[in-house]
Design a protein around this ligand. Sequence first.
Ligand SMILES: [Zn+2]
Length: 407
Amino acid sequence: MSRAAELATCTERPGELTRTFCSPAMHSAQQMVGDWFTAAGLQCRLDAATNLIGRFAAAQPAHVRPRTLIIGSHLDTVVNAGRYDGALGVLMGLALVELMAETGLDLPFAIEVIGFCEEEGVRYQTPYIGSRALVGDLTAELLARPDEAGVAMNEALRGFGGSPDRLAEAVLDPASVVAYIEPHIEQGPVLERLELPLGVVRGIAGQTRARFVLTGTAGHAGTVPMDGRRDALAAAAQLVLEVERIGRSQPGLVATVGHLLVAPNAANVIPGRVTLRLDLRHLDDPIRRAAFQEIQERAAAVAAQRSIECRLDWSEDQPAVACDPALVAAIGQCVADAGWQSHEMASGAGHDAVILARRVPVAMLFLRCKGGISHHPDESVTTEDVAAGLDVLVRLVGRLAAAEASS
Ligand SMILES: [Zn+2]
């Protein structure tokens, strides 16, 4: 907890916590965490994509090449962030290794603690740059992308000690990885409501993002009678309520219209056109897709009823990502062994685990956070809950070690 407080002083904006990809604040953070890694006996390095990696070697004879258990999360933050989103997962990985070292237990695998360099997508408006490097998905197009100041990503990497030409070296060999475990604050209110410190993540919800354009007829707010109007905003308002109703119709479904663009957006003009953006999520892809279908049907019905033109302008479908069922069960057992009720849940937010799941078995352990608040300076977790999380991680390493040794 004191490390989390100290790490939060590495910021690019005084008075708040903001730490973006390849920034001087990220450099300070990597120095600080790297020093802690080294003091704990981890071998510390930056990979080609500038992820910070601390390796705790396995107790194996030199001729045996041990596999690796990876624990981690991200070290970058959103603008004006809290101190636990991402950082807590890295610091818990470090604390776990320190506890394992104290036990003197011979592990059949190495443990690598990873602090990903970029997850939030602030600087290049694209998330998961750090974890994408580990699955070989940093494309040439992405590397050439400029930030707001015109600095291309590969230039930023080079200036930060990365090697954009040697990114292949950062890619994980799935055969060498036991699992990727990401401890993370829940970023929502569910665990607090259940009065549970920990949650076992079953998977990360899939997401539909879509844009609808509703077109009516703009006109004078004083002269066009009510019965002759084609008001695009009134239609959009009706559609927003339909989206809310559909979102409430299924457990676990969340449906949000978070953006409306009204044209001409003037107090004395009937709205002629509205662009509406939808965000729809569920852990079960068929449920989410059926809900999207229903929303489209309701949009068409609302439009027809009001003689408005409604067009689905753009949509994107990101499938759900399942955590490894055996790992989910193992973590659940460890939570129960530690004396807590094991609660399986979906993650509504994306995480580095989404990307790593393409190559290796992943699992996540959620920690209760105060008021469900995240991406905000008021982010808060308790020492007791973090201790409970560490207890579970120690038990999990024990279980995975027994399985690895007998395989
Ligand atoms: Zn995060």
